[in-house]
Write a protein that binds this ligand. Structure first.
Ligand SMILES: *Cc1c(COP(=O)(O)O)cnc(C)c1O
Length: 408
């Protein structure tokens, strides 16, 4: 421990606990050693050709992951909130409005942040436990005969509710109306965990960040934009500078990042993209689906005692990234989290926004495998036992049976 800490601070710091601590928040997620090691590479000067090669590799890898070879990828040294702002700032105009589809806490926050930029935002309602209401989007577009709506902005997996919406159904609804609105997708919690094909969906913009399915520490965000979105932005968007796609669409390394590129994060991303590619995307998505299925198998057994249940009411909306578990009155999910983390080394997430105090969430995305999920579920069961939360029997057996059946 460095002398930075006073003696009092030093004694308050818990000594290192033996073994591995399990990170099951839906971001940040576990970071593989290969990525950590890449991020420790020594710095170079910015004129070093390795820097340009690294940036080019990250851009190419992202385009491949998104399946959008012609789109431009812009990286920002930011978290997900930063790239929300990047998308809104590059699309927002005083003559137009941005339609943000209600999906839960994350769409709420995106809308609030976009309004904070002085932009007009329209929102569709969200019903708890359900996917995005596609009919509400369609009707908003049909009503908008003046074409004031510049973009339909949706969150693929709302991490607060653990619900994944149907992006293709939304694409088809936009098409049915003939409305020219751009299609913008937040893939922060779903990229690298669930199928996302930017070109097949004809999504014009998508955005994500490093600390979830991309298996990196927090701190790197990206936005991909196609030619249609870039042209719209160039012609209509309000002035902006740091986030500006037009400023960043250049081969000049420092203009590309509006300053020094986040070299360590880019080095990590190059490796994490390589890990996804080596495993194969189909295998990556199947693994996430399988681990999510094992979690739900356990939760459904636990639920038979009546104290908790899956929050998602629509089986088509089950997320491969995160499962939100709703507790009945009298159960304190925050106290459960503390016991799970401090006694059994399993870090889960709590409820956000309207779900605060009503759910706990198990993240199962990123660099994750079967024994990690089984360990996490067992640790949570132990924490529920300590907390005297009633849970039905055979949860672990159900998760094991599910994995035994589905693991190739
Ligand atoms: C995590 C998350 C964000 C915000 O990301 P931060 O890095 O925490 O700012 C945005 N959208 C979704 C869907 C997320 O899961």
């Amino acid at each position: 421990m460095s002398s930075f800490h006073s003696p009092a601070q030093r004694s308050a710091i818990t000594p290192r606990l033996p073994g591995i601590r399990f990170v099951h928040s839906p971001g940040p997620t576990h970071v593989p050693d290969e990525v950590m090691h890449a991020m420790q590479r020594p710095m170079t000067d910015l004129a070093d050709p390795r820097v340009a090669a690294l940036i080019a590799a990250c851009e190419a890898g992202m385009k491949e992951l998104l399946n959008s070879p012609q789109s431009d990828v812009f990286f920002y040294a930011s978290n997900g909130h930063g790239v929300w702002e990047a998308a809104s700032a590059n699309l927002g105009s005083d003559q137009h409005t941005l339609l943000i589809a209600g999906s839960g806490h994350f769409s709420d926050q995106w809308a609030i942040q976009t309004q904070g930029l002085g932009l007009s935002v329209m929102r569709t309602p969200h019903q708890e436990g359900q996917r995005i209401d596609v009919a509400a989007i369609e009707s908003a577009l049909r009503t908008d005969t003046q074409h004031r709506i510049a973009a339909v902005m949706v969150v693929q997996t709302d991490t607060a509710s653990g619900i994944t919406s149907d992006l293709l159904a939304i694409r088809e609804a936009i098409d049915r109306t003939g409305h020219p609105a751009l299609y913008v997708v937040d893939v922060v919690a779903s990229l690298g965990a669930t199928t996302f094909d930017m070109d097949a969906l004809r999504a014009d913009v998508c955005l994500g960040s490093s600390q979830k399915g991309l298996m990196m520490p927090p701190g790197l965000g990206f936005v991909a934009a196609n030619a249609k979105a870039l042209a719209w932005s160039q012609q209509h968007a309000k002035p902006r500078y740091y986030w500006s796609w037009q400023e960043r669409k250049t081969d000049n390394q420092s203009a590309k990042f509006c300053g020094t590129p986040p070299l360590a994060h880019l080095a990590g991303l190059e490796v994490s993209l390589g890990l996804l590619k080596a495993e194969g995307l189909a295998a990556v998505f199947a693994r996430h689906e399988r681990l999510g299925g094992a979690v739900r198998a356990a939760v459904n057994c636990w639920a038979t005692a009546g104290a908790l249940k899956l929050h998602c009411q629509d089986p088509l909306g089950f997320s491969s990234s995160v499962t939100a578990i709703e507790v009945s009155q009298g159960v304190d999910p925050e106290a459960l989290r503390v016991v799970a983390r401090e006694k059994f080394q399993v870090a889960m997430a709590g409820g956000l926004g309207p779900l605060a105090g009503r759910v706990f969430r198990i993240g199962h995305l990123g660099d994750m495998n079967e024994p990690m999920i089984l360990g996490a579920l067992a640790g949570i069961e132990a924490a529920m036992t300590v907390q005297k939360i009633p849970y039905g029997p055979n949860g672990m057996a159900a998760a094991i049976a599910y994995l035994a059946k589905h693991t190739p």
